[in-house]
Design a binder for this molecule. Sequence first.
Ligand code: NAI
Ligand code: MG
Length: 330
Amino acid sequence: IMYDIAVISGDGIGREVMSACEYLLDKLDLKLSFKYGEAGFDCFNKNGTTLPEETIKLANDSDAVLFGASTSTPGQPSPIINLRKELNVYANIRPIKSYKGINSIHDDIDFVIVRENTEGLYSQAEYGDENKVIAERIITRRASERISKAAFNLCVKRGQSKVTCVHKSNVLKKTDGVFKESFYKIAKEYPQIKTEDFYVDATAMYLITQPQNFDVIVSSNLFGDILSDESAGLVGGLGLAPSGNIGDHNGLFEPVHGSAPDIAGKNIANPCSMILSASMMLDYLGEWEISNDIKGAIEKVISDCKIRTPDLGGDSSTMEVTKAIVKEII
Ligand code: NAI
Ligand code: MG
């Protein structure tokens, strides 16, 4: 089968890691057809919008989307937040895996955070007056059950044994009451999977003290965002943190990091988060074998060959790391 892939590189290192990623995919004899879309800061300066209609259409019409990173434009909406909304990709999946030899606290971590992507405190509904401002925290049964289902399905797929629901229902009794109830309702459909639920503050600590305890964590939008950055820090930083945004009809894959203006243009950005995101995309498309080969090759290059970009303590360039990964695969 030929897959149509929408490629949106964006700004800064988004472009550098995307061209490294395309270089790699081109070498792998895959049936991918790339179509290109614009988004972000440079796009705004050129077209007057951070996310043109053509880009949304291109993304919607493709089999999957690869997104690099964009630089935020003052006073303009975030293209990636809006694109996730347009594509209704409600599950933000962020695998957390440690690599041997990388300076992290633990080297045996392998879990995944499933973050609700469409509501919670990111509904962007804030109002009030000069003295009092209010942010709406919208939690629906529909979205809560949907995200719990995504988490349990992912647990089965990964062959792991437990899903942990993270919330703060002792304080946010109504909203997180619904989130937690929905979790246990869906859990009944998966009797073979263990369940537990923790408060988000306790979870922040457990992630440091016993991260090996986790298989799949499911949480609402803000908690999931914070815990996934904490977790990325635990295993080697943003250069090794991929993500997938998955809905019923679309999949959008992107590194967790931004456009990194501090290192842009120097050919030292770590391409691994982008390439791991592409590996998640291939898995989503059903190309499991090559997806696993890519992950294995990255592990070898980083841990055994010690070919690393400066963020991981090495002195290799973006393309040197990319070529080393390609060499491991073919
Ligand atoms: P950032 O993720 O771009 O950078 C944070 C730090 O991590 C920087 O020191 C950077 O050099 C480093 N870093 C990030 N990715 C790296 C990589 N692949 N290899 C090596 N080092 C890497 O976040 P920051 O600096 O807060 O934001 C920069 C711009 O990116 C802002 O305009 C921000 O709004 C935007 N941004 C965009 C995102 C997206 O498009 N999804 C996500 C986060 C930020
Ligand atoms: Mg974040």
